[in-house]
Design a protein. Sequence first.
Length: 229
Amino acid sequence: MEPLVVVEPLRQRRCADCHRGPLERLVLEFGSPRCLDCADLGHLVFLPRGNAALTRRAREASALWAVVVRHNRQRTRYERQGLLVEEAALARAEAACLADADVRARRRERDAALRAARDVRFTATLTAEILRLFPYCPLDRAADVAAHTSERGSGRVGRTAAGRALDEGAVTAAVRASVRHLDTPYDSLLMRGVPRQEARRQVAQAIEATLIRWRGPERDGAGTGAGAG
């Protein structure tokens, strides 16, 4: 079942029923804004996002709850801001979180250590794969590329499904990106106002020359299918 959705409007809106406004939060019913009181949600309290355990427990304890969203114009999407829950449910959730705070803190520390160990192993594996594809790439450079592209939360190639699977095209794309930024005037071209695609065109030949040199004669001309520039 879809949750109830409450919107934090970006522009001033008034309730279509009681005409109160401007509204901090509203519910859209048949395209018209309703204040929380008129939508029978006025008794709920706001729980900001950020505490996953508290959010989960408050939602589970609340007979009625709603998701609060706000439109992000830059990303052109609605993003969660928190929940509206019953006040008593929030109080029970807060008490439960206080009761086992130490246990959850230790679990977070243990999970963080496990993630860090997995990241170290993956970075080492990715470094080895870069050197397999580009045996003449300097070792420290291969390690830097692997560490940069696999950084947790970065959204870079190494964090994609293809990157985690050591797909040859994804690995080559990570190396190509490193060469583009560190071994060509690409960034300087962008700073001078050169359009991105034109800047890529200007440095494409230099990038491919470096990749060919790093592949060595054994792999020269093999091709990777990852594209140029």
